[in-house]
Ligand binder design. Structure first.
Ligand SMILES: Nc1ncnc2c1ncn2[C@@H]1O[C@H](COP(=O)(O)OP(=O)(O)O)[C@@H](O)[C@H]1O
Ligand SMILES: [Mg+2]
Length: 329
C-alpha cells in the first residue's frame, strides 16, 4: 500500500446540547481535529501521542472511514478516500482496519470467538466457504498467539481475560489482511503485566507482515518503545513530529517536554525540565493563536495571535511553535 497522505484534515462536532444556541446559529462547536497534515509511511509504526480529548481517536476514525471528515483530504496513492462509496469503500476497508481501546466493549458478548473473527470476512463479502473461513480463523488465532486455537473457537468473550480479548480483537482486524492498522490505545484497558505482550505482538505484525500501524497512545514511553516516529497532538493539532530516537534529546515543543517530564522513568535528567501550568483547554472555542499558549511558559506576544505552522527544523523533525521558530531563524 502507498503512503497515506493527510492534508488539512479537520473535524468539528456541533454539540446538540445547546439547542437554543443552535436556533440562533451559535451552536457550540468542538474543534476535535484541526488542519492536520501528516504522511504515514508505508511499513512504519507512527505514534500519535497526547492527552485525553486532544483528538487522537477522531483522527484514527477518520482514517478508517468510520467518522466523516469536516474538511481536508486523505490520499492513498493518488486517490482521495474521503468521499469513496460502495464497492470502492468495501475494497478500502480490506486494506485498513482499526483495533479499539476497550476489548470488553468491542467484542459482541453474544457471539463466539469463531463468529467474531469471521465477521469482517462476511461484512466485506470475501468469498470463502465455511471450512476455509474456519481455517483462516485458526491461522489468525495462531498469529495472535492464542493457543491451541481450536479451543477458542466456540468460546464466548466473557470466558476470556482482557489480554485474550484484545488478541481476539487483533485477529479480527487482521483476518482481511489489511496493510494498515489503526491501534487506538490497544493496551490502556489492560493489566500492566500483560501490556508488553500485546505491544510485542503489534511489533511482530509490523516486522513480519509489513503492516503499517498508527499507534494511538497517551504514553510516550510506549510510543518510544514501538514507533519509528512520534506525532504529538494538542487540542486537535499536531505540535511536533519527530523520529523516536531523537525524542529525548531533540524534542523542542514545550508540550512535548511537558509530556516527557511527566514520564519520570524515561526522563531521569531533570535539569532541563520545563514547568508548564494548567490543564488542557477545552476544544470548544479553542484559544486564538497557538492553542497551547495558555499553558506555555515561553509565550510571546505573537503566540496568542498567530497560529504557528508545523515547520521542518531539521531533517524529519517538525515543530509548531512561534518561539522556537524565532530562535531557529
Ligand atoms: N461524537 C462526538 N460528539 C461531540 N464531541 C465529540 C465526539 N467525539 C469526540 N468528541 C470531542 O472531540 C474531542 C476529541 O475527542 P477524541 O478524539 O475522543 O480524543 P482522544 O482520543 O484524544 O481522547 C474531545 O473534546 C471530545 O469531547
Ligand atoms: Mg481516544
Amino acid at each position: 500500500m502507498s503512503n497515506i497522505v493527510i492534508e488539512n484534515l479537520s473535524k468539528d462536532y456541533v454539540l446538540k446540547s445547546g439547542f437554543i444556541k443552535q436556533l440562533r446559529g451559535q451552536a457550540d462547536v468542538v474543534s476535535a481535529v484541526s488542519n492536520v497534515s501528516i504522511v504515514i509511511n508505508s511499513g512504519e509504526i507512527l505514534g500519535l501521542v497526547g492527552e485525553s480529548g486532544c483528538g487522537k481517536t477522531t483522527l484514527g476514525k477518520m482514517l478508517v472511514k468510520i467518522e466523516d471528515t469536516s474538511s481536508g483530504t486523505i490520499k492513498v496513492g493518488d486517490r482521495d478516500i474521503v468521499n469513496i462509496k460502495g464497492k470502492e469503500l468495501l475494497n478500502f476497508r480490506k486494506d485498513i482496519q482499526m483495533i479499539f481501546q476497550d476489548p470488553y466493549d468491542s467484542l459482541n458478548p453474544k457471539m463466539t470467538i469463531h463468529d467474531i473473527v469471521a465477521e469482517p470476512l462476511r461484512n466485506l463479502k470475501l468469498p470463502k466457504n465455511n471450512e476455509e473461513i474456519t481455517q483462516k480463523i485458526i491461522e489468525m488465532l495462531k498469529l495472535v498467539e492464542l493457543s491451541p486455537p481450536e479451543q477458542y473457537l466456540n468460546r464466548y468473550p466473557h470466558r476470556l481475560s482482557g489480554g485474550q480479548r484484545q488478541r481476539v480483537a487483533i485477529a479480527r482486524a487482521l483476518i482481511v489482511e489489511p496493510k494498515f492498522v489503526v491501534a487506538d490505545e490497544p493496551v490502556s484497558m489492560l493489566d500492566v503485566s500483560i501490556r508488553a505482550g500485546i505491544l510485542n505482538l503489534l511489533q511482530k505484525l509490523n516486522r513480519e507482515k509489513g503492516i503499517s500501524i498508527l499507534l494511538i497512545t497517551h504514553d510516550l514511553a510506549t510510543a518510544r518503545f514501538l514507533c519509528n516516529r512520534i506525532a504529538v497532538m494538542y487540542l486537535g493539532k499536531i505540535v511536533e513530529l519527530i523520529p523516536s530516537e531523537k525524542l529525548m534529546e531533540n524534542s523542542m515543543h514545550p508540550y512535548t517536554r511537558l509530556l516527557l517530564s511527566s514520564a519520570p522513568d524515561l526522563f531521569a535528567d531533570t535539569s532541563n525540565r520545563i514547568e508548564v501550568k494548567g490543564e488542557a483547554t477545552s476544544a470548544i472555542a479553542p484559544p486564538k493563536g497557538c492553542r497551547f499558549s495558555p499553558r506555555c511558559n515561553f509565550i510571546s506576544s505573537a503566540c496568542s495571535k498567530e497560529e504557528p505552522a508545523l515547520i521542518e527544523i531539521e531533517e524529519g523533525h517538525f515543530v509548531a511553535c512561534n518561539k522556537i521558530l524565532d530562535l531557529n531563524s
